[in-house]
Design a protein around this ligand. Sequence first.
Ligand code: SF4
Ligand code: SF4
Length: 433
Amino acid sequence: MIQKTVKIKDTKHLVGSLPTIRYLDPEFVYIATNNARCPKAEVFIKEGDHVNTYQVIGIRHAAFFDQPIHATCSGTFVGLEKHYHRNGKLTDFIKIQNDHKDTYDPSIKERSPEEIAKLTKEEMTEIIKNCALVGLGGSSFPTYVKFQTDKPINLMLINGIECEPYITADHRIMLEYPYRIINGIKYAMQAFNCKKALICIKSKYEDIASTYEGILKEFPNSGIEICKVKNYYPQGWEVAMIKEATGIKLNPGELPSNRGIINFNVSTMVGIYKAIKYNMPVTKRNITVTGDGINHPHNFRVLVGTSFKDLLPMCGGYKNPDKEKIFILGGPMMGASVPSDDVIITKTVTSIIVLDKTDYKEEPCVRCGSCVLSCPAGLEPVQIMNAVKSLDKERIKALNPLRCIECGLCSYVCTSKIQVTDFVRRAKIFAKL
Ligand code: SF4
Ligand code: SF4
């Protein structure tokens, strides 16, 4: 069982104010064949083949959709290699040796504003599908599927809240690419014929607020505004964000589109902009590399497929090289641990957190109720844990574990240092049987 053994404190300040390091010309990139949503894949190229940046080099198959695989640099296909994926599993990656020419695939073309203005929702959906755009906040949900809703949308929420500790990659992307984000929002609003969009940020981020309030004056009557929300975790959870931004409380399991709302992560907006404007798939992303296990935490902009080992020297290496490390991909609360630093940055890796492993001792539950009080989904984690321990399937189902968003708070607050979230995850598996 994967366990996060370190209690979390807010350490965004480790990288918050540092500008992003652009590392966009690695010697090799490694493109994942499959992922958690797409367990099967086909590779279209053979060893020795030359590929162009953005070229389709394979396809992933999921239960209800296919997803093209794109090269993120030009160069030579070396072969398949196993590395750790964000899901913690060893996965085949397509290894490409960079020729450092960045030769574009012929499919890349710039659309004029007039061409874009004529695009229908169906045409934009097809472009986004061909670009294999997914939720870049970490959800990896195919963006084109969201575009296919037939519900009328009258409010778009752009999630720039980034509420997990440590991570500041979205904060930086908001400061560094405001025009791409605003244009991405405008294209999405055109697709949905939606007149209002709120860019949701934590109220403490004055730098983002002032940047956008200034730039949005250049887009009068766009319907786009900044919306400041509270500074607590998990404010970035869509249910909490919608409640805070609109006052609407979704019912358990209810889709936002049911209330005329659709939401996207800010990084996904950059992806929408590049897909619609240039036909470009996502080949670069911002990522936070941080944690008290490395010397110099940084934000990076990297090619999708970059190895974490390439970034480590720029972070000054490990702080205590002799100490065993924990590697968390994604935020410390909701991310997944991997057992090695042999990690590749895929489209949906928002951060790599390196922590020195510390031993801890679990104590028996003292029935303090802290986990119940802190659960944003209104569950009773301690009762779910007890039901899992006694393998009582009926009781497990009655406690609704499928409503758990795996925010990690029940483990975080547990007085007895019990990894309660792990029990709830197991309960979700039981509940689906
Ligand atoms: S991880 Fe724990 S606190 Fe968070 S939603 Fe699930 S049960 Fe509730
Ligand atoms: S927080 Fe921990 S000790 Fe307290 S009731 Fe929940 S499981 Fe038990």
